[in-house]
Design a protein around this ligand. Sequence first.
Ligand code: SIN
Ligand code: CO
Length: 388
Amino acid sequence: MNPDTPLQLLGGLTPREFMRDYWQKKPLLVRQAIPGFESPISPDELAGLALEEEVESRLVLEHGSQPWELRRGPFAEDAFSELPERDWTLLVQAVDQFVPEVAEVIEQFKFLPKWRIDDVMISFAVPGGGVGPHFDNYDVFLLQGLGKRRWQIGQVCDSESPMLQHADLKILAEFVKTEEWVLEPGDMLYLPPLLAHCGTAEDDCMTYSVGFRAPSAAEVLTHFTDFLGQFLPEEERYSDADAAPSEDPTQIQRDALERLKALLNEHMGDERLLMTWFGQYMTEPRYPERISGTEIELQDLLSNLEDGAVLIRNPSARMAWSEVGEDLVLFASGQSRLLSADLRELLKLVCSADALHIDNLGQWLGNEEASCLLVELVKQGSLEFADE
Ligand code: SIN
Ligand code: CO
């Protein structure tokens, strides 16, 4: 992807301009970002997904048993026939993992790291439906898939912003509208984190939200230090060799702080472990139960591929690769594997090709490290045979 080629998706901006001026900074409305876009799934199919045990879904009713009633899926077949005519919305998470045509929408966002993308949530709303004024901690691209939705944007918020008293939903107590637009199919609104917004269906409408992952500072610190801790032996401790004799034995002196800082810096600055943790964390799957491996021997895998078998990434798998020192590391659904630098092109292929088969794997099948990697990925479940 050339970062200096203007994109229709970005209203004629180049990825470089978008990243410089809008990403994480300010909203962007794009009319006909995907010209002629029509939702590849219907409202009925979306409702069907919301009946499934393994799919995360919610219904929000503005005038339910309480204002802004939240009902959590999976729903019973008759759950939708009993709903009022107006003012409710159904939200289904990670539809990209269940509907390949929805996953294709993500392909439009190749100018952003794939490991930053979380999922495509799809909402269906009847007239007046919406989830109320709120803000999200993540960037989002809101792509209109069906019908019309009025989007209003407002103030920049933070965790101190006043909220309605609500056990389950975060709805702003104040919303200061600054701009509004009515989006039609193919139109898209990019919103940076923390910007208040409120979407209301004008008619039966579907909105695709391409959402992102960004661990909070607290998550980075707690999860990374937990990870790091596994590699540190019990005997490595706070130590104070060469300390001066205490003047006042009840005082914790400044030099103790310096020793602690040195201990922290030594480990927190371990780039190899930091990259390993980060790659594993960012590729953790949303639905790990959907990634179940297949026991297979190397010879069987090779002969299957030679007989024309095709491997694809499990739709719930997340993959990324990076360099660590002289080596490469492949992250696959929360796990990592250190590999030699020769495998760079294979890693790119495994992370991005639509399918792996004898034609594109070709030479790699004769490389022991490469073929062992493929076996491991099938055993782990990140790769699977296309016809399974
Ligand atoms: C929706 O699609 O109704 C909600 C999306 C959002 O506001 O984040
Ligand atoms: Co939102």
